[in-house]
Design a protein. Structure first.
Length: 69
């Protein structure tokens, strides 16, 4: 059996012209209005870099746990 999957890239477009690509692996991005964790179709606003790192670590751990099932 040939297993294939498709990765859908999602882009959020805001009224102020900001566009954020939410596809791909989880990563931390910094914009004028704050720090975010994005990836796998999600966008999480964070208070600071430390919170973003904790969010990303949790999401990455949970994502890898699901892949083991």
């Amino acid at each position: 059996m040939n297993n294939q999957y498709f990765l859908t890239m999602t882009k959020l477009k805001f009224s102020d012209g900001v566009e954020i690509e939410t596809g791909g692996e989880f990563r931390i991005i910094t914009l004028e209005d704050g720090i975010y964790v994005t990836g796998h179709g999600f966008l999480y606003p964070c208070k600071n870099y430390e919170e973003a790192q904790k969010v990303m670590d949790t999401l990455t751990l949970n994502s890898s746990d699901k892949n083991k099932e």
